[in-house]
Design a protein. Structure first.
Length: 103
C-alpha cells in the first residue's frame, strides 16, 4: 500500500477533535456559544475546578484555534474564534457526511 501525505484539512480536523475530547472543554465552548464572551475567573467559579486545570483546558481550546483570549488586566476575556468555529463545522460536516465513510 502506498503511503499518502496527510492533508492540512486532516490535521486541522484532528486538532479540533482533540480539543473537543474533554467534557470541560465542551462545556466551555457551549457556554461561550450562549454568550458573546466570558472571563477566566468567571469560568473558575462556574465550574468549581482549580484555576490551573481550567487554564490547561483553555490553552487546549486556544491552541486548536476554537477560542481566542484578550488580556484585560488582570483578567483574560475568552470568546469563540468565529472563523475557526465555522471551519471546524465545515470539516466535521464533510467528515460525517463523507461518502467514503458510508461504504
Amino acid at each position: 500500500m502506498q503511503s499518502k501525505e496527510i492533508e492540512e484539512r486532516q490535521r486541522k480536523l484532528a486538532r479540533f477533535a482533540k480539543a473537543l475530547s474533554h467534557p470541560v472543554r465542551v462545556y466551555v465552548l457551549e457556554l461561550l456559544l450562549k454568550q458573546s464572551c466570558c472571563y477566566s475567573g468567571d469560568l473558575t467559579e462556574d465550574l468549581k475546578i482549580a484555576k490551573s486545570t481550567l487554564s490547561q483546558h483553555l490553552k487546549e481550546l486556544k491552541t486548536a484555534g476554537l477560542i481566542q483570549g484578550t488580556i484585560e488586566a488582570p483578567k483574560i476575556k475568552y470568546c469563540i474564534n468565529k472563523e475557526n468555529w465555522e471551519l471546524a463545522r465545515h470539516y466535521f460536516s464533510g467528515f460525517f457526511n463523507s461518502e467514503i465513510l458510508k461504504k
